[in-house]
Write a protein that binds this ligand. Structure first.
Ligand code: ZN
Length: 109
């Protein structure tokens, strides 16, 4: 996406935030297992807006993904797992197979 693109925040007709690169940095990434756990644990009707911002994706994307997980019968599976935290700063970890978050691993190198 070109950098000179408008950075204005926009909403769709259901007052949902449209995709915005600053607010939704993970929009184009695959949903990781840790992220699925977080989403399924915190997915409550009425608070999807906040949840979507937490994981850096649009509300629309998160809702679609949850429907997808439910169809696969994976929703409960993920909901019952434990969330994973960075060993260094105790922030939530969304990437799989790592022990520290991005910013901590960058500080180490
Ligand atoms: Zn960290």
């Amino acid at each position: 996406m070109p950098e000179n693109q408008t950075s204005e925040v926009q909403y769709d007709r259901w007052k949902r935030l449209k995709y915005h690169p600053d607010l939704h940095p993970r929009q184009r990434e695959r949903y990781s297992d840790n992220e699925n756990v977080y989403i399924c644990k915190h997915y409550v009707r009425g608070s999807v807006k906040t949840l979507a911002l937490d994981v850096g994706r649009t509300e629309h994307s998160v809702r679609q993904h949850v429907n997808h997980l439910r169809k696969l019968g994976k929703f409960e599976h993920y909901r019952l797992q434990d969330e994973v935290y960075c060993e260094s700063c105790f922030d939530l970890l969304f990437a799989d197979d790592v022990k520290v978050c991005d910013s901590c691993s960058q500080n180490n190198t």
